[in-house]
Design a protein around this ligand. Sequence first.
Ligand SMILES: [Zn+2]
Length: 266
Amino acid sequence: MKYIEPHAHMVSRTTDDYEKLALAGCAAICEPAFWAGFDRTSPAGFYDYYRQLTDYEPKRAAKFGIPHFCWLCINPKEAEDAGFAREVMQIIPEFLDKPTVLGIGEIGLNKNTRSELAIFEEHVQLALDRDLPILIHTPHLEDKRKGTRLILDSLASFSKLNRGKVIIDHVEEHTIGAVLDAGYWAGMTLYPESKCTPNRAIDMIECYANEQLWMNSACDWGVSDPLAVVKCGLEMRKRHYSNDFIESIVFENPKRFLSQSDRFRI
Ligand SMILES: [Zn+2]
């Protein structure tokens, strides 16, 4: 099945996973900067992480014939200390001109705190200054609806923001409507234990306009499935969707959003 994995944390995955993705038909992988499974103790830890995302990981993916792109930021989980976060943010511009960097992400909220929100807004401004797309994480453990509301309210204060260049990820049934109604893209994350199952994702596709939706596995250091997107495509086949429609969701939609960066070429 031809598809794009628009959100995967490959630094946590093995080469076996790259092989599985290649065999399944994955045409491109995009990796947002996020928590690496542990808190980094210095900005230098992020410097090396950005090197890994922009240099090492594209080479690893290329061995399996898959183009690898990334998004850069300091994630909300490690942005609670705003002073630390700003030190890390000073490193980011030096990496933004690397050839596989698509935009700013995944920024957002983790515990919906004031400090997280301040750093979120500074990232949005950085993206606006550079005319870059934005990928946004919504909270899982705290109140997702409240976090999404805070994010939408904050974004609304940026009058120059092109909402078609912003994707709000990890939506669920109680947040997807507000995201799409406001003109943003919405991402659905397929996780084995939490977030969204394939059948719930397909139900949401049926209930909402599907032109600004994508699906991802967000596979990372925890219990997650790098093949979740193709498995959902298979589930759509079982529900008698045409191959063209499935491809529009798993390939064409992410391609359209990601192609807003000139660097996304497949
Ligand atoms: Zn993620």
